[in-house]
Design a protein around this ligand. Structure first.
Ligand code: BTN
Length: 276
């Protein structure tokens, strides 16, 4: 391997499980850590743990995933010792309809965290992709299990491209993906970033638990350049176009179409058509 594609395996400090556990002891998110050198998908592991009764704030963290999954049946590129692949188990006392708010809170938490490394360059793309310079640096995949009318648990899976070099991205995403090392020119300590991530997620999640979605929405809107722009939403084979005007309480994107009708978009991928 050449210098450019060695990332931090061997060369840079690896994640130290014991140190991480010490630093996360007693924290809302991460007090119980399952650290795996390799797994299929941390979301699947967390879901199994959730079913087995794992408490709120349990996290799964992997060095690599063999079947990392994204939204809309996509794969999530998950090579070893380069990035963050983690899934959080949450047990909020919220109705299932509030679940999308949790992923929006996660998007805000990651975006705010990455702002520290790339000030003024971080954007959110509905529903919760985090972009830098228009390229995706983080994806979030939330899955919920309900019990009767309530949320039993929610798994929030977060993938952040940290020390992966541009050349290591597969050809099909190379133009649309980025990483912290590509954007800053510096290797970043994944260990530190993980601690900051759980901490910042807890901050925004607490606002949700205090019924303050308004503050999450405000921050989300401030980071989302698509609001006020013409967008196109693709979902399976359907295409809807209109001007994005707002984010609804249930996490859907509100657009106004050519007939001046307001539509609530609950699924799909939204892309800005042109900037005015
Ligand atoms: C997306 O943008 O499509 C969501 C990507 C989510 C990737 C993360 S990595 C950790 C967790 N485990 C998975 O299999 N997926 C999520």
């Amino acid at each position: 391997m050449g210098k450019m594609d060695t990332v931090d395996s061997g060369k840079f400090p690896e994640i130290q499980e014991i140190l991480l556990e010490k630093k996360l002891a007693g924290k809302l998110i991460g007090h119980k850590l399952y650290y795996l050198p390799e797994t299929g998908s941390t979301n699947d592991d967390a879901f199994r743990l959730g079913i087995a009764g794992a408490p709120e704030g349990t996290v799964v963290l992997a060095e690599s995933q063999t079947q990392g999954r994204g939204r809309m049946q996509r794969d999530w590129h998950s090579p070893a010792a380069a990035n963050i692949y983690t899934s959080l188990i949450l047990r909020p006392h919220l109705p299932p309809s509030a679940a999308p708010q949790i992923s929006l809170a996660a998007g805000v938490a990651v975006a705010e965290l990455l702002e520290q490394y790339c000030p003024g360059r971080v954007e959110l793309k509905w529903p919760n992709d985090v972009l830098i310079n228009g390229k995706k640096i983080c994806g979030i995949l939330a899955q919920m299990k309900t019990a009767a009318e309530n949320v039993d648990f929610v798994v929030v899976g977060i993938g952040i491209n940290v020390n992966i070099s541009k050349q290591q991205f597969p050809a099909e995403i190379i133009e649309n993906a980025t990483s912290l090392i590509s954007e800053t020119g510096k290797e970043i300590s994944r260990q530190d970033l993980i601690i900051e991530l759980y901490e910042n997620f807890a901050k925004w999640y607490n606002k949700l638990l205090q019924n303050d979605f308004a503050v999450i929405k405000k921050k989300w809107l401030s980071l989302a350049p698509m609001i006020g722009q013409d967008v196109q939403i693709l979902f399976l084979n359907e295409k809807v176009a209109g001007k994005a005007i707002d984010l609804d309480e249930d996490g859907s994107l509100i657009i106004v179409n050519g007939k001046n009708e307001k539509l609530k978009i609950t699924a799909g991928d939204a892309t800005i058509m042109k900037k005015s």
